[in-house]
Design a protein around this ligand. Structure first.
Ligand code: SF4
Ligand code: SF4
Length: 596
């Protein structure tokens, strides 16, 4: 045993190692990314397989293939990634598994870095697969080991659902570095693996019947426990349990608490035992009333007369991330005790700074070039998920829509259909192109959509922590691999106008962008330049005050955060990476390379 301080995501990875996993797959997405990042780091040393897959559905399919062969497999994604994997999951629950299959789906209440706040526990209920909701990193590790055993015992995939706080906080814990995978039986043919409609009808009955067994097994787990101290009680799920404990300490109150770590299916025995001893309860959980609705149903089924407060009566909010400050007044009101917010000593407020592309980001140049080339044209710019959503910020303002991974291409085609006078330009990142962009591009070719697809290729998956993808020539574990070339792929799809250009070669890039905008039929421009965080800056630029005419074109057109206001005009700060875009824009030749 070793004592380590691990984040929740690292703890899950070590839990999977302890459980003897054979295969780990995933697609990066905050707050989940470090689970597979850690496993990819450990894989060469311990000898299991880890990959970044092209999207979450593929990741689940790879894991499912391994699990049908008797291997233990872990899949990682964020909550919106489960929408992509849902098609595979819904049927995999019918098929079942042989080896343990665990989906780590990290939820993002807040949301801090997501396009919505969806609650994965509802997906678990929809797919009828068990969901485990850890309260702490230590529990996340224990639950991972438990989840593999449970999945094998039930022959059902299991979802582990950490939330941002659990994924990213750190805790000390025992880690057993021993890796003892069992031998894998190998794939055996079974008619059960072909989900024909007649089989699906039978398996649906099995899936429904097994739910009670699942709940019973979860009821025996150590992740639900109660402390009883009076007839007013609180039921808290996942990370909310910590906030409740802290709130009760602040309020100086001792009340009954039932901690729930297995929200779906909610085990009946511990809950009903708790309810029988209460006159009234408050259910506290982030996002949807998943536990609360099951508690209400259990109370009704057992004819228990008690009041249940929570989200349904408006006592507990249904949106956003909780913390002690949000939870404490709710608990105080429920208990009828006074609560006075303790004034905190806050650090001085930071200057307000909107989300912007990094100083020197090559794709600030890409947005700028397409805006310049589109001057005088009626253009809609559809955006996508990733760093490039930041293209919406002033002064670029080149992202008019953003829906979900890969959607920019399809949306551009849809907008063009009903606005034939408009030119539609879809910006998409390289990783996103492989994830979900390709089907949209094929659709555009097939249906002759008059759109321009601009792949902002920065040679990495930048926003989630620089994970490799099929265009980088590197695997998750750092090995060399084939490079899937985006331009060749676009040509193979039937796009007749395909160009690759360096966005910092502004003259060539402008000519290319103008041609693409005037091309009839779908056009693809791959703007290729590495993420500024991957290349060491070799120089800087500075404003020569004597030549500066104060037009502020550099600020109004480029918007690089390295620019600072100065008494005698703009100055360039130490963030400058020397990309030279501002120098290309300056009409007075007042920005020059620093030569030391
Ligand atoms: S674009 Fe050039 S001249 Fe205009 S404000 Fe910036 S540095 Fe000065
Ligand atoms: S050269 Fe100009 S645009 Fe590029 S990073 Fe430096 S200040 Fe920003």
């Amino acid at each position: 045993m070793q004592l380590k301080i691990l984040s929740g995501n690292e703890a899950i990875a070590y839990g999977a190692l302890e459980a003897g996993l054979h295969v780990a797959t995933g697609y990066p997405g905050t707050p989940s990314s470090e689970v597979l990042g850690t496993l990819a780091r450990l894989a060469p040393e311990y000898g299991f397989y880890a990959e970044w897959s092209t999207n979450e559905k593929v990741a689940l399919e790879v894991a499912a293939g391994a699990a049908l062969s008797g291997a233990r497999a872990l899949v990682t994604m964020k909550q919106v990634g489960l929408n992509v994997a849902a098609d595979a999951l819904m049927t995999l629950a019918y098929l079942g598994v042989v080896g343990g299959l665990v989906l780590v789906v990290a939820d993002d209440p807040g949301p801090h870095s997501s396009q919505n706040e969806q609650d994965t526990r509802l997906f678990g209920r929809f797919a009828k697969v068990p969901v485990l909701d850890p309260a702490t990193p230590r529990e996340a590790k224990a639950m991972t080991v438990f989840a593999f055993d449970l999945a094998e015992r039930l022959q059902l995939p299991v979802i582990l659902r950490p939330t941002t706080r659990v994924s990213h906080v750190c805790q000390e814990m025992d880690v057993c570095p021993a890796y003892r995978p069992r031998p894998v039986e190998g794939f055996r043919q079974d008619p059960r693996w072909v989900c024909m409609p007649s089989l699906a009808a039978q398996r649906h009955v099995w899936l429904n019947t097994v739910q009670e067994q699942v709940a019973a097994l979860l009821g025996e787990s150590p992740f639900n426990f109660a402390t009883v101290a009076g007839e007013a009680g609180i039921i808290a799920c996942g990370v909310s349990f910590n906030y409740i404990r802290e709130a009760l300490r602040l309020l100086g109150q001792e009340v009954s608490v039932l901690k729930i770590g297995t929200p779906y299916p909610l085990p009946e025995k511990p809950v009903v035992d708790f309810l029988r001893r209460m006159k009234r309860v408050l259910v506290v959980e982030e996002l949807e009333p998943v536990v609360e609705d099951q508690v209400v149903a259990m109370a009704w089924r057992h004819g228990l007369r008690l009041s249940i407060a929570g989200k349904r009566d408006g006592t507990v909010p249904r949106e956003g991330e909780f913390d002690v400050d949000r939870v404490a007044p709710i608990v105080a009101a429920f208990l009828g005790v006074p609560y006075r917010q303790i004034p905190k000593t806050l650090p001085p407020p930071l200057p307000r700074r909107g989300p912007v592309l990094c100083a020197g980001c090559p794709h600030r140049a890409s947005f700028y070039i397409f805006k310049e080339a589109a001057q005088g044209m009626d253009v809609v710019f559809t955006g996508d998920i990733g760093c490039y959503t930041l293209g919406l910020a002033p002064p670029l303002e080149a992202v008019h829509t953003c829906l979900c991974m890969g959607a920019g291409i399809g949306m551009a085609a849809g907008i063009h259909r009903v606005n034939p006078g408009k030119k539609c330009v879809a910006f998409i990142g390289d990783s996103t192109f492989f994830h979900a962009g390709l089907p949209g591009l094929i659709n555009a070719v097939y249906n002759r959509a008059e759109i321009v697809v601009v792949v902002l290729d920065n040679r990495t998956t930048a926003m989630t922590g620089h994970q490799p993808h099929p265009g980088t020539g590197r695997t998750a574990t750092g090995g060399e691999t084939a490079v899937v070339d985006i331009a060749s792929l676009a040509r193979a799809c039937g796009v007749t106008y395909v160009r690759e250009v360096d966005p910092f070669d502004t003259d060539t890039a402008l000519v290319t962008a103008s041609e693409a905008l005037r091309h009839s039929g779908p056009a693809v421009v791959v703007m290729k330049s590495p993420c500024t965080k991957l290349v060491k800056p070799i120089t800087r630029y500075r404003v020569v005050t004597e030549r500066c005419v104060g037009c502020e074109e550099c600020i109004r057109k480029v918007g690089c955060p390295a620019f600072l206001p100065g008494a005698e005009g703009p100055v360039i700060g130490s963030d400058c990476t020397g990309c030279g875009l501002c120098a290309a824009v300056c009409p007075a030749d007042a920005i020059e390379r620093v030569t030391e």
